[in-house]
Design a protein around this ligand. Sequence first.
Ligand code: HEC
Ligand code: HEC
Ligand code: HEC
Ligand code: HEC
Ligand code: HEC
Length: 408
Amino acid sequence: MSRKRAILLVALAAATGFLAWRFLRPLNIFTISPAFERPIDTRAAPPALGALRAEGCGRCHQAIYAEWRTSMHSRAWTDPYFQADWRFDGGQQVCKNCHTPLDRQQPQRVLGFRDRDKWDPILAANADYDAALQHQGVTCAACHLRDGKIVGPYANLDAPHPTRKLSNPNEICLRCHVVQGARWDTFYRFPPCGTAAEIAAGAGRAGGRSGEYVVKDVAALGCVQCHMPLVKRPLAQGGAVRPAREHLWRGGHDPRMVAGALDARLVEVDARAKQRRAFELVLTNVGAAHFLPTGTPDRHLTIEWRLLDSAGAPVKTQRATLERLVMWRPFIVDLRDTRLAYREPRSWRFEFRTGQKPAPSRLEVTVRYHLLHESRRRRIDYQNREPIDYPVYVRRIDLAGPAAPARR
Ligand code: HEC
Ligand code: HEC
Ligand code: HEC
Ligand code: HEC
Ligand code: HEC
């Protein structure tokens, strides 16, 4: 064998080995930042607040407690989808720092880390562990307890616990709703759950590079303004009525929240040939400053067109998927992003022959929101009791009746 050939073979073997390793190694899709590398330290909590359980706060803050109980935050640990995904991913500790963020919610304490990237924590039994508190997921104290004080918008009230003023309420969201991803091997526009970066990048239009996003203007993010609408009520039982905020945080699990952000228009347009009819669907994200959908890249929308005959049997169907498609291996690369940017209308067309047999009688258009793909559901063995998708827009047009309103 010539020397040149030997060198080539060695190089080839090395490249193959490297790629094989890229396919087999554990996949960490984000980097761990100081914001959530450890659980929140509750040792300085005022003794008056007792076990820090939500129902304790709820003794005085009843209306807020009742709302929080219905939220996904209160289910961030018990949520069966999270549980299935967490187990599938090897039950990593770091997930708990956002899904059960208080130190007392975790059976083990984090003493330090074995590796530089902090994926391998040194753990020890936690004497203060409270299983009931763990089941409360993102509980009141997860957002409100900082350095032994309760942070809030006022801080000059007569409260039975020490308070401190929040400089900006959106600050609270960032601990868990921003992950970074800047690494040599990542090539994406936004980190995996890029909600805040999507807003900062100008309604999702401008593209940054590789997820090195750092929040610059917290006030401009608007998370609290949209996800915690203003209400007027007493903050605590029997107190004065003040401006306050709903504690519901509706998002991808609430059909009304998603549908409310989606403007959909279906109109008949000129067909490209005779003996044909054509329809156009225009979708606009009018309500979410980030992409619609946002959050984990599993979230997606589908548009389904169904042309039916008079017996309801399909004559022609067409489907489109609006999603962020990321290639995870061997390198993390954003392949395509067809989600709806804020206030940017997009259109889809459906055309069919009128003279065919059986004759088209009805057109149905459905836009559905999907929490995750069915293939992923099966892969992680998530036995869902609640549907993993739901319609956010449905329109049926009787083709025999008067034509739909003509275009513009
Ligand atoms: C014994 C009753 C009581 C308990 C228990 C209690 N609070 Fe309060 N809290 C109050 C009162 C009273 C106020 C002031 C209300 C007012 O003046 O309108 C207050 C105010 C607040 C504020 C607003 C602070 C500000 O200045 O902006 C927050 C936030 C808050 N409480 C969170 C909590 C949390 C979280 C818990 C549980 C860990 C809790 N509270 C437990 C009675 C209570
Ligand atoms: C301690 C971590 C943490 C903080 C702080 C936090 N969140 Fe969340 N949030 C989560 C987790 C975890 C979930 C997912 C829960 C699940 O679906 O299992 C979530 C879910 C949501 C959802 C989606 C609900 C749905 O229907 O899918 C919205 C909206 C949301 N958060 C808004 C906010 C806002 C606004 C703030 C700031 C006021 C905030 N969050 C602060 C951890 C946090
Ligand atoms: C996901 C984070 C988060 C959780 C969980 C949370 N809060 Fe809040 N809460 C906030 C934010 C942000 C504000 C400030 C809103 C503003 O600027 O007015 C707030 C405001 C408050 C206030 C002041 C009055 C108001 O409505 O603005 C009280 C009291 C309060 N929260 C109590 C609670 C209690 C009790 C719980 C649990 C049952 C709870 N919060 C859970 C984020 C949270
Ligand atoms: C202009 C209003 C608006 C602003 C500002 C906004 N959101 Fe949303 N958000 C929405 C609407 C409407 C939805 C439902 C449609 C969707 O999923 O995009 C939503 C959905 C979500 C979801 C659900 C995703 C999921 O996985 O279920 C999360 C999480 C979320 N927002 C977090 C945030 C955070 C964090 C911020 C601030 C960085 C923010 N939002 C700012 C309106 C807003
Ligand atoms: C930096 C905080 C953070 C960490 C760390 C984190 N999550 Fe989450 N997780 C969130 C937030 C915030 C949401 C909801 C908004 C969204 O979709 O981005 C969420 C949503 C989810 C959901 C969707 C839940 C639903 O009901 O739709 C799953 C599943 C999930 N996380 C699994 C995990 C697993 C597994 C890990 C560990 C490998 C993990 N998370 C680590 C913050 C975090």
